[in-house]
Design a binder for this molecule. Structure first.
Ligand code: ATP
Ligand code: MG
Length: 730
């Protein structure tokens, strides 16, 4: 076989790295210069040209998604399956190792992984038993403390005692937390690495076995390894493995979690005869995108320093959109995404990136409304969670008794003693008569077709739904949701669920109620505002949720991707939206408090910009709902650090609305046709039913003109101008 084909599509320094003789190597280079490509080709080269067994290769990267992609690209290059290869994240590989050696690691065989949520809840529990005041000592901070210690390789007893209260308190929490985990066979993320590292240090035989096996170790995104990960690598590599590390100091974005850029410098000292390789040509982005990235990152100090160039074209300017608020921002993004798709592009070409996960819901809803298929990374989509689906099933039954999926889902959830046999009997009646399960149940009760006990249980369920419905008649949508969750017993049921998970489920159910509240605030009433019918509101809501239902996600069709900037590392997309470009959000307000953190935020912005291949948008909002209050944020300083001539401001509809006074500059959003509507943004108005409010958005004109008003009492509402009879104030 001709192995030189593995060098096709590589430039000179890339080839050098791929075909290097054995030894250690370090590739430090800018974004999009082909580092990951080199790493993948190197693995293929080792296997095909050097005859290394796939079994003897270990490759680490940062996210599961990147790992899956890496594996796939290797298989494509080699045209064979490499399932036995250890390709994964540090956590994933450490987990695999502990699953195989649980006994040696003194873990129960069925040890349970604690995710971040579970861990927080457990820490809270520890603090409650220790009677530590959460107001004074936030649980999140305690979690940070524990993880930071573990990331440094420290067990609770190894934490120095010190005489300050902070250290003493947190050490105590760590000790008790550790004991609880030990007792329950619970393993948090940091523990995976710490424990496997310890195991290697204490079990020489086991270590020797793995050192024998993994003669080739490759690490992507090396700039973000923390102390324990680095130690883990060093121990495993021992004296004889060949290690290739690739990374970019300008993309180090996990300092806040203990990642050490210094590991780049240490590498050449710790790993003998390291060959350094530089890559400078960018193959990913347009000249404009690259210039913006270079200019931005030029504001950081202490860089290893490297310039990137591209032979590609300059491309379009970067577009900047100032939205009136976060809803407007989301709507704008959805609209531009839609245009891309209409023009023949794929939804899969598009990524929306944000600094904080909390931004995703508004964006998610805009995608739903625009019917753009999307996928959210990091976290299950809200409406797909079991408890939410249960609640929605009750809501659907109120609206439509004959929904069989809803009936099936909750007839015995929470458990009410209706067994599979009874349900099967009802199903069979339904099939025989071609009626719904609901109707079949009623018939069976009337005809005495069920055993007495089953009949009683089923009638209790039917009665429950009817009673809930009767009570809900006079309720608004969110009250109805609240009522369903309570009266059905779901809240109590999920709250009782094993471990800390139950609490998370309860919180999600509460979040559903707020989602309903927000939904009814946004909905345009087709009927005059004072005749709003909640049945139609419920139907609208259920429809909007149903659009979100599994099939588009499950069938793996092309979908727009939404994720945090952190999880976008290493990826690339033709069209990228960087949303929430605001001071306080990005750079994050926490970053002002610690030296060096602004620089890390800037690197994060560099990562975001360099994801874009063709087109890039920056968006920011004048006001944004954050943590339940309206925040007025200035545009991000990062926008000012990018040369003006690379950017172009987007204006919509030509009618730019500005309202005077205050710092809240209302910009081009909203599409308000002032002449037709007779109102301006920020206008105070009076509504007969909802009272006083402020106009925050408007769309359409003439007959179809509608405005969104933020009412002091009733919250945000969309109103048809033709019906609303708004009186203007001031
Ligand atoms: P990041 O720092 O963002 O992780 P990277 O350095 O890992 O980026 P890659 O993702 O490997 O860069 O490559 C960026 C893009 O450029 C990919 O689409 C890749 O296929 C392409 N590419 C890399 N090298 C070449 C080359 N020599 N010829 C053509 N395309 C290339
Ligand atoms: Mg990469």
């Amino acid at each position: 076989m001709d192995v030189t084909r593995l060098l096709d599509g590589l430039n000179e320094p890339q080839r050098e790295a791929v075909a290097a003789p054995s030894g250690n190597s370090l590739v430090i280079a800018g974004a999009g210069s082909g580092k990951t490509r080199v790493l993948v080709h190197r693995v293929a080269w080792l296997i095909e040209a050097e005859g290394v067994s796939p079994h003897g290769v270990l490759a680490v990267t940062f996210t599961n998604k990147a790992a899956a992609e890496m594996r796939q690209r290797i298989e494509e290059l080699l045209d064979l399956s490499v399932r036995t290869m250890w390709v994964g994240t540090f956590h994933g590989l450490a987990h695999r190792f502990l699953r195989m050696h649980w006994a040696e690691a003194r873990l129960p065989q069925n040890f349970q992984i604690l995710d971040a949520d579970d861990q927080l809840r457990l820490v809270k529990r520890v603090m409650r038993t220790l009677d530590i005041d959460e107001q004074k000592w936030p649980a999140r901070q305690a979690v940070w403390f524990i993880n930071a210690q573990k990331d440094e390789g420290k067990r609770a007893h190894e934490v120095p005692v010190g005489d300050d209260l902070f250290q003493i308190t947190h050490k105590k929490i760590y000790e008790n937390y550790e004991a609880l985990c030990e007792q329950g066979g619970l393993v948090d993320f940091a523990e995976l690495l710490l424990r496997s590292h310890e195991l290697w240090l204490t079990d020489a035989g086991l270590l020797a076995h793995y050192q024998q096996r993994f003669h080739n170790i490759l690490v992507d995104e090396f700039q973000d390894t923390n102390a324990i990960q680095y130690a883990w690598l060093r121990v495993l590599a021992g004296q004889s493995a060949n290690v290739m590390a690739v990374g970019d100091d300008d993309q180090s974005i996990y300092g806040w979690r203990g990642a050490k850029i210094e590991n780049i410098q240490r590498f050449s000292q710790d790993f003998a005869n390291t060959t350094s390789i530089r890559l400078e040509q960018n193959y990913r982005s347009t000249g404009t995108v690259l210039k913006a990235a270079n200019a931005l990152i030029g504001n950081n100090f202490d860089r290893l320093g490297k310039e990137l160039w591209t032979a590609g074209e300059q491309g379009d300017p970067i577009r900047v959109y100032s939205a009136y608020n976060d809803l407007d921002e989301a709507r704008f993004i959805a609209q531009r995404a839609q245009e891309w798709i209409t023009a023949g592009g794929s939804a899969a070409d598009i990524a929306i990136l944000y600094r904080s996960n909390a931004q995703s819901r508004v964006l998610e809803e805009a995608m739903l409304r625009a019917q753009i298929p999307y996928r959210i990374y990091g976290g299950q989509r809200f409406f797909e969670r079991a408890e939410i689906k249960n609640a929605l099933a009750y809501m659907r039954l109120l609206y439509d008794r004959h929904s069989d999926t809803a009936f099936e889902r909750v007839v015995n959830t929470p458990p009410r003693g209706i067994g599979e046999k009874t349900i099967e009997a009802v199903r069979s009646i339904a099939r025989g008569r071609s009626v719904s399960l609901w109707q079949a149940s009623k018939d069976a009760i009337a005809d005495g077709d069920l055993a007495a006990r089953a009949r009683d249980k089923i009638s209790v369920f039917l009665g429950l739904i009817d009673d809930m419905d009767a009570a809900a008649k006079a309720m608004s949508l969110h009250e109805l949701a609240d009522h369903c969750i309570d009266a059905s017993g779901l809240m109590e049921y999920h709250g009782r669920e094993r471990g800390e998970r139950g609490l998370a489920r309860k919180e999600n159910l509460e979040e559903l109620v707020s989602a309903c509240r927000q939904f009814s605030g946004e909905l345009v009433f087709p009927a005059p505002a004072d005749e709003e019918s909640d049945t139609s509101m419920l139907a609208e809501f259920l429809d909007s949720v149903a659009l979100d239902a599994g099939e588009r996600q499950a069938d793996g069709g092309p979908a727009l991707q939404m994720m945090t900037l952190h999880s976008a590392k290493g990826l690339e997309f033709p069209l990228v939206f960087l949303s929430g470009m605001e001071e306080g959000l990005f750079p994050h307000r926490m970053s002002a408090q610690e030296p060096g953190r602004i620089e890390e935020e800037r690197r994060l912005c560099y990562v975001g910009i360099t994801r874009a291949m063709q087109n890039l948008y920056f968006t920011h909002a004048e006001t944004r709902r954050m943590h339940g209050t309206d925040a007025y944020n200035r545009p991000s300083r990062f926008l000012q650090e990018i040369p003006k001539d690379l950017m172009e401001e987007v204006r919509l509809g030509g009618s730019v609305q500005r309202h005077s006074g205050g710092s809240a500059r209302v910009s081009s959003s909203g599409l308000m046709d002032e002449a037709a509507v007779g109102l301006r943004m920020g206008q105070r108005v009076l509504h007969a039913k909802f009272g006083e409010g402020v106009v925050v958005q408007a769309e359409g004109s003439g007959e179809r003109a509608r405005v969104q008003v933020n009412f002091a009492q009733a919250g945000a509402k969309w109103l048809m101008m033709g019906y609303a009879n708004l009186e203007t104030l001031d």
